[in-house]
Design a protein around this ligand. Structure first.
Ligand code: BTN
Length: 272
C-alpha cells in the first residue's frame, strides 16, 4: 500500500485525538472504544484498526472491514443531554461528507446518515450513547425526561483504499474512494481531515438548524419517493423535508408522518 502513513499516527493531535489506539486487527473498534469509555477514557479517545474481524453496522448487520479502509470509533463526552444526542448522526454525516468532498468525492447523505456516491454506499456511521446513572433521589420523573449523556461512541466505517468486490456486498451497492478516484489516498491525511470536520460540526451541535441547513444541501433523499422500513412496518411516500430535530417528514396517503428512525429505500423520481 503506497503512500500510506499509519506509522506516523502518533503525529495526530487535536481535540478528537487526545489518545490514539491503533490496532493491526480487532473484532470491532466500536466494542473496544466502548470498553475504554466504560473504564473512563477521556473525550477524544480514538480507536482505529487496520482490519476488523467483527465489524458491526446498524441493526446488528455485519460490516466487512478489510485492510485499506478507515475503520474507527471515537469516545466522545460532549456534555449533551438525551434530547440533543440523536443529533449526533446527522451532524457526523455533514462533517464526513465535507471531508470526502475535500478529497474530490461528491458524497451525498441518505437519511439519516449514510453517505452515498451515485447511489452506492461509501461510508456508514454509528452513534451509540450511554446515559449517566443518576442517583435515585435525583432521577428526573417521566419516560421522556431529559438526562445527561455520559459518553457517545461514534463509529465511522469509510470504504477508502479497498476494492468494492472485497466488501462482501453486491458491487452495485458500494463505492470506495479507490473506485471513485482511481487512486489510493493517504489514510492519515483522510483521518486528519475527517477529525477536523467532525470537531467543527460537533462544536455547533446546539445550533442544529445550521447543521440541518447543510444536511439539506448535501442530501439525496428529500424530494424522492421512498419506502421506509421501521419497527416491522413498511411505509411509502415522498420524503418532504426534515423537522427541527432531523426527523423525516414523509408524505403518505394518510398524511404527513414524522419518522425518527427507519431504513430508506429510494423508489423512483418524484415531483412534490
Ligand atoms: C452502518 O450500518 O451504516 C454503520 C456502519 C458503521 C461501521 C463502523 S466501522 C468502525 C466501527 N466499528 C464497528 O464495528 N462499526 C463501526
Amino acid at each position: 500500500m503506497s503512500g500510506l502513513s499509519w506509522e506516523n499516527i502518533e503525529s495526530i493531535r487535536g481535540p478528537l485525538a487526545t489518545k490514539v489506539e491503533l490496532h493491526e486487527e480487532v473484532s470491532s473498534t466500536q466494542e473496544r472504544a466502548r470498553e475504554l469509555a466504560r473504564a473512563g477514557a477521556p473525550h477524544g479517545t480514538l480507536v482505529i484498526s487496520k482490519v476488523q474481524t467483527g465489524g458491526r453496522g446498524r441493526l446488528g448487520r455485519r460490516w466487512d472491514s478489510p485492510a485499506g479502509g478507515l475503520w474507527m470509533s471515537l469516545v466522545l463526552r460532549p456534555g449533551i443531554s438525551t434530547r440533543v444526542a440523536p443529533r449526533m448522526t446527522q451532524t457526523t454525516a455533514v462533517g464526513v461528507a465535507k471531508a470526502l468532498r475535500g478529497f474530490g468525492v461528491e458524497a451525498r447523505i441518505k437519511w439519516p446518515n449514510d453517505l452515498l456516491v451515485d447511489g452506492r454506499k461509501i461510508c456508514g456511521m454509528l452513534a451509540e450513547s450511554s446515559v449517566e446513572s443518576v442517583p435515585v433521589a435525583a432521577k428526573p420523573v417521566g419516560p421522556g425526561a431529559e438526562r445527561p449523556v455520559d459518553f457517545v461512541v461514534l463509529g465511522v466505517g469509510l470504504n477508502a483504499n479497498v476494492d468494492p468486490q472485497d466488501l462482501g456486498v453486491p458491487d452495485r451497492e458500494v463505492a470506495t474512494l479507490r473506485s471513485e478516484l482511481g487512486r489510493d489516498v493517504d489514510l492519515l491525511e483522510l483521518l486528519e481531515s475527517l477529525l477536523s470536520h467532525l470537531d467543527a460540526e460537533l462544536g455547533r451541535i446546539e445550533n442544529f438548524g445550521a447543521i440541518l441547513g447543510e444536511w439539506r444541501a448535501l442530501n439525496c433523499t428529500l424530494g424522492e419517493r421512498v419506502r421506509v422500513r421501521r419497527l416491522g412496518e413498511v411505509l411509502e411516500g415522498v420524503a418532504l423535508d426534515l423537522g427541527p430535530e432531523g426527523e423525516l417528514l414523509l408524505k403518505t396517503h394518510d398524511g404527513v408522518i414524522e419518522l425518527f428512525e427507519g431504513e430508506i429505500e429510494q423508489l423512483r423520481q418524484a415531483r412534490i
